[in-house]
Design a binder for this molecule. Structure first.
Ligand code: HEM
Length: 476
């Protein structure tokens, strides 16, 4: 596997922002077990920009932890560049995925990928989404305590298989589901965080070997699907390769070259047809990398957001009952505010990552060229200067006020802001509507603390909730 950290500068306290004194292992463990508390404590102790000397970073992760520093990292694309920072994921998604693509190719790619995720287009998936949610409800509404996150992971995977991969045949869905579930499971992807020698393929029983085989299975299946889809439509993949020799500079229209093939509305079909203004499309390997990237970017994140939101509602009966009443009255104002508040208090993603393009400064602290730089979301989302009573779950705070720019960034920001926002919002809102029309979430244990799993902020025990069936279900 490739070495994601080859360019990282070595540690030198004079060239990096201040770091905690604790040993690396202690910093790593505190980050894993109390990511929100530790982030706030380090800002208090070291200021708005500090170095975290934690695994898997060999030198340090430079952390921006207040509004001004975060805004700078997310918006100054000349100094803080996206793409290289996600190199850790490269063995999983492939170098061609949007997430791993640095500028200037990033912008061209992004324009090809954006159209299927456009807000209005996404609503055409609403009915399919509702069907998938309804099919899963019996497993959630058992009357016993249920861990919502694994439930939501199954749902999120099925949504991606239908709307991104465009699979409809139940047999093929089952084959993909099995392969992808094993591939994206944390015990598999965790290999990317091991020291490099342990990532090697040392046979089927080694973590690296298992990862390589699961990856090959997923890629073979996806390749076959792409070939089938191309055969179905007679599509050849375009005259050139985006990011290759076809065309230079200028914008990419992201338009479809084959408007006649409108019957399929999934992301894969749209990607196969997408062309830039020079007629260049994505070749099969690029499409393959994009699909894998979309899967990894969209699966854990959406499932974790659903889990946190239902868990928070279960533990806040007044806010839960107000939301149910508002939905019953046919409004979605409180629904949107609730999802925002959940994304503030428990953002599924802990940070957005960039690398420094040159030796520079952030909030007056030195940052060496090629250092990994993260905009941490929780210290800003929980900053009392921005959010009164920051630790309270109060959806109503969003009703009549738009947040200050970059004070609420669960989807990141700038030119690399999440492209899946409309899809994710549709999915989270659909689950909440369907569940709350039939059941009332209640605690199935104490409120769960957040843990850090790779870059995801997950509930410690899977977000356990007990759902009580409503005597008079809401009529949605
Ligand atoms: C609630 C669910 C989701 C959350 C919280 C979330 C969050 C994020 C965050 C924080 C980033 C990094 C942004 C940055 O670097 O500034 C990101 C990037 C991205 N997300 Fe999402 N995401 C979600 C769902 C999805 C879905 C459903 C998809 C697609 C199926 C998706 C596709 C992507 C892609 C492709 C990128 C990379 C964008 C780029 O580098 O230009 N995400 N997401």
């Amino acid at each position: 596997m490739s070495n994601a950290f080859a360019r990282e500068p070595s540690w030198d306290p004079r060239r990096f922002p201040p770091a905690p004194r604790a040993p690396r292992a202690v910093q790593t463990l505190r980050m894993l077990y109390d990511p929100q508390g530790y982030g706030l404590a380090l800002r208090e102790q070291l200021g708005p920009v500090f170095s975290l000397r934690a695994h898997p970073y060999r030198a340090a992760l430079v952390c921006a932890a207040d509004l001004g520093a975060n805004r700078e990292v997310l918006t100054d694309h000349e100094r803080f560049v996206g793409g290289h920072g996600a190199a850790l994921l490269r063995p999983a998604v492939g170098a061609g995925s949007l997430i791993c693509t640095p500028p200037p190719r990033h912008l061209r790619h992004r324009k090809l990928l954006l159209p299927p995720f456009h807000g209005e287009r996404v609503t055409r998936w609403a009915e399919r989404m509702r069907e998938l949610v309804r099919a899963g409800l019996p497993d959630l509404l058992t009357g016993d305590g249920v861990a919502v996150r694994p439930w939501a992971q199954r749902l999120a995977l099925d949504v991606i298989l239908r709307v991104v991969f465009g699979l409809t045949d139940p047999g093929r869905v089952a084959v993909f589901r099995r392969a992808l579930t094993a591939f994206v499971a944390m015990d598999n992807v965790a290999v990317l965080f091991l020291p490099r020698p342990l990532q090697r393929d040392l046979g089927p029983l080694s973590p690296g070997g298992r990862f390589a085989r699961l990856r090959a299975t997923v890629r073979d299946l996806t390749r076959t699907e792409i070939a089938l889809r191309r055969a179905e439509s007679g599509s050849t993949g375009g005259a050139g390769r985006v990011g290759g020799t076809a065309g230079r500079g200028g914008g990419v229209a992201g338009r479809s070259a084959r408007p006649g093939r409108a019957a399929r509305d999934d992301v894969l079909s749209m990607l196969l047809d997408a062309r830039d203004e020079h007629g260049a499309g994505l070749d099969d390997e690029q499409v393959l990398d994009e699909l894998t990237g979309l899967l990894l970017a969209g699966y854990e994140t959406t499932a974790t957001t659903i889990a946190w939101t239902l868990h928070l509602l279960a533990h806040h009966p007044a806010e839960r009952d107000a939301l149910i009443a508002d939905l019953d009255a046919g409004s979605d104002r409180l629904l949107k505010a609730t999802v925002r508040e959940s994304g503030r208090l428990r953002p599924a993603v802990y940070y957005a990552i960039r690398t420094a393009a040159r030796d520079t400064e952030l909030a007056g602290r030195p940052v060496p060229r090629h250092a990994f730089v993260a905009a941490l979301f929780p210290p800003v989302h929980l900053d009392r200067r921005l959010w009164p009573q920051p630790h309270a779950f109060r959806p109503a705070r969003h009703l009549d006020a738009d947040p200050a720019a970059y004070s609420l960034t669960p989807f990141g920001g700038g030119v690399r802001r999440c492209i899946g926002v409309p899809l994710a919002q549709l999915e989270v809102e659909t689950v909440l509507r369907e569940v709350l029309a039939r059941a009332v979430p209640a605690p199935a244990g104490p409120p769960e603390p957040a843990r850090l799993l790779s870059v995801t902020l997950v509930p410690a025990r899977g977000a356990r909730v007990r759902f009580h069936r409503r005597l008079r279900p809401g009529g949605r």
